[in-house]
Design a protein around this ligand. Structure first.
Ligand code: PLP
Length: 393
């Protein structure tokens, strides 16, 4: 059969037809321990009963109406999200990159509607990832994602996280609209920013009238053991935040959250989306929010993350040289090629996700059992011990 899919992905030779919690099952019954988790999306595992119930109930009632009409589920989810963080208002979309796009537009419009249209610059950081739309690839500034797409857009600057002087100088130029940062970098290599850097960035923004955008598309919705990763840090809250991935537990939905002040430029017709926030997405995301934000779910996520990290930490050596990230956003820094390691892990029916800086990511559901955490550790150990890596080490 010819392949009619644009060849932009290189999928692993695994074809799941069913999911149960942390497990994926192929048609012949082969079971895989899923630490890709839809790339940090299926935070409640596969087919969580609360999500299946919300989806099927809503599917029998109403799927989609567009934002030309009122959608009560949006009001309900926006109220829950804003009550749980710094934000006052939400805009719903369908993906992480759209949430980032909305965040950048929100920041630029804030300044332009306050009489400062020259403030368009967005400062991003090396190693970041914000998605694949033009604003997102320009904000992240990773040359690989810009390749073949013409010139980089004006209005984007990139700095190293520890370039304190560079940030202070760029912030003082008077043309900066926003700083965008992932509190825990995901795709770039599972790197948790140190608390002091998050606080310093907040202070630089405050001192210069700049809006702070947190991209919590990957780190948010319980992944680090708090609802949002920045909530671990006192004095680091953003003005605008992009979320997606686990927001729908596997159903496509994203959101841009903001304070009233930061969103003041987002007036009628300033932005929009046909599908964003439709009744089906709101029903599933509402159910996902209720389970993820339950203190018991978050406490379990923290406890199982400690168990997993302790076990993985014991494996650090010549092959896995470091365990990094935060909570259940775990990166294994590897000496051998990460693609080869991930392929070898499949020999042990363990699915890992690749990311930058030659890391493999472990992104299990927040509901992972302690016994399952131990199985992950055993399978990583078996992968490390496999012939090719043992010889190389
Ligand atoms: N921002 C971050 C931090 C991400 O990790 C991702 C996806 O991996 C995105 C944005 C883009 O999200 P999406 O693929 O849903 O557009």
């Amino acid at each position: 059969m010819s392949n009619a899919i644009m060849p932009i992905y290189a999928p692993a030779p695994v074809s799941p037809v069913r999911g149960e919690g942390a497990w994926l099952i192929e048609s012949d019954g082969t079971r895989w321990l899923d630490c890709i988790g839809g790339v940090a999306t299926t935070a409640l595992g596969h087919c969580h009963p609360a999500l299946v119930g919300a989806l099927t109930d809503q599917a029998a009632q109403l799927w989609h109406v567009s934002n030309a009409l009122r959608i009560p589920g949006q009001q309900a989810l926006a109220a829950k999200l804003t009550a749980a963080c710094f934000a006052d208002v939400a805009f719903f979309c369908n993906s992480g990159t759209e949430a980032v796009e909305a965040a950048i537009k929100t920041a630029r419009r804030y300044h332009s509607t306050r009489g400062a249209p020259e403030r368009i610059d967005v400062i991003g950081f090396h190693g970041s990832f914000h998605g694949r739309t033009y604003a997102a690839i320009n904000a992240a500034g990773n040359a690989a994602y810009l390749e073949g797409l013409g010139p980089a857009l004006p209005g984007y600057l990139h700095l190293a996280i520890d370039d304190h002087d560079g940030l202070a100088a760029a912030a003082a130029r008077g043309t900066t609209a926003a700083v965008i940062v992932e509190p825990v970098q995901g795709e770039g290599g599972a790197r948790a920013l140190v608390d002091a850097d998050l606080v310093r960035i907040r202070r630089v923004c405050d001192a210069n009238g700049i809006l702070l955008i947190h991209d919590e598309v990957q780190s948010g919705m319980g992944r680090t053991g708090r609802l949002f990763a920045h909530q671990w840090v006192e004095g680091a809250s953003p003005d605008i935040m992009a979320i997606a991935k686990a927001l729908g537990g596997g159903f496509p939905v994203g959101a841009c959250l903001a304070t009233h002040a930061a969103a003041s430029g987002m007036t009628v017709a300033a932005h929009g989306s046909t599908f964003g926030g439709n009744p089906l997405a709101m029903a599933v995301a509402g159910a996902a929010f209720d389970v993820i934000s339950d203190p018991e779910t978050l406490a379990h996520a923290r406890a199982v993350a400690i168990r997993l990290r302790d076990g993985l930490g014991d494996l650090v050596g010549d092959v896995v040289t470091e365990v990094r990230g935060k909570g259940l956003l775990i990166g294994l820094k590897l000496a051998p090629n990460n693609r080869a390691f991930i392929a070898a892990a499949r020999d042990h029916h363990l699915l890992l996700s690749g990311c930058g800086d030659n890391c493999a990511r472990i992104l299990p559901p927040l509901t992972l059992g302690f016994d399952e955490a131990d199985i992950i550790v055993d399978r990583v150990a078996a992968t490390i011990a496999c012939h090719a890596f043992a010889e190389a080490a």
